[in-house]
Design a protein around this ligand. Sequence first.
Ligand SMILES: Nc1ncnc2c1ncn2[C@@H]1O[C@H](COP(=O)(O)OP(=O)(O)OP(=O)(O)O)[C@@H](O)[C@H]1O
Ligand SMILES: [Mg+2]
Length: 324
Amino acid sequence: MASAPRPATFGGIPQILDVLKEQGYIADRALATSVHLSIVLNKPLLIEGEAGVGKTEVAKVMARALGTDLIRLQCYEGLDVHTALYEWNYQRQMLRIKLEEASLRPVEDKEHVIFSEPFLLKRPLLQAITAERAPVLLIDEVDRADEEFEAFLLEVLSDFQVSIPEIGTITARQIPYVVLTSNRTRELSDALRRRCLYLWIDYPSFEKELRIVHSKVPAINDRLAEQICAFMQLVRTVPLSKVPGIAETLDWSAALLALHREHLDAQAVEETLGCLCKDQEDLVRVRAQYLAPIVDAVRTAGPATDGWNPERIASLAAQLPKPR
Ligand SMILES: Nc1ncnc2c1ncn2[C@@H]1O[C@H](COP(=O)(O)OP(=O)(O)OP(=O)(O)O)[C@@H](O)[C@H]1O
Ligand SMILES: [Mg+2]
């Protein structure tokens, strides 16, 4: 059975930007263009970037915006084909065998029944292939899976069909919208890259992060939101083993709001530093060397109307203490 075409989707890039925004995702043109092309060209979208910059969220908002299901395959070392594709429901098969013990049906018939679709446990890839309506298939953190698994994935992504020896070949009813994410803990194969469209998501600019904070933590006041985003821009320029992403910015904003802080000061940052630094050495380093100078820079630099552009951030970053 050939795959049916997917229904028409978002329209052009401006519409995608609007739709993603409605779903709470602040995107730039490059991201919206990648999403658009991945949909119209029927190609998986491979998204790479540092931790917490919004890779996984792209698939989630795409599913919401398209009004379709999100099917997620979380990758990890040792992930095998069965966990990703299908397993036989042994308990159900055993039960059926017991129930049929007294039956005089030929063994072949009995076997045929217990190795049929109702006895399959569909795992994410098979769920995506057999879905009535094209879902968004998120293959998250693909770099954590082994290379052999990646090779198997390539086959699935090229044909969208799988062979189950006892049943035959199952072909996708509609090609899923596929999003793969990677944190680059290992290099992905050229073959996988070639099959996908590629998007790199960088740490956000001050302006983008400010929009995200206002969208996700709407109760926060303008001044505090600006100070938080300026602090984040500066703290990302210092040597840390775990550079905080947008997830940390949002947690921190919510924490400061919950503590009724109106603006940033050294004490507020000190009390909530665990929202930003998720590593003991980073905590110690920021506390000892950078906390006070960054808070000073943020407070004396004034509001964002003066422009928190990259040049200004670079010049303030250059004045921070040199790593010891
Ligand atoms: N552009 C954005 N607009 C709105 N929210 C965003 C944006 N980017 C990231 N976020 C928010 O930041 C948080 C982290 O995003 P997400 O989990 O997608 O990051 P990730 O890149 O997949 O991180 P990891 O590498 O740790 O899996 C989420 O709460 C998400 O809603
Ligand atoms: Mg993720």
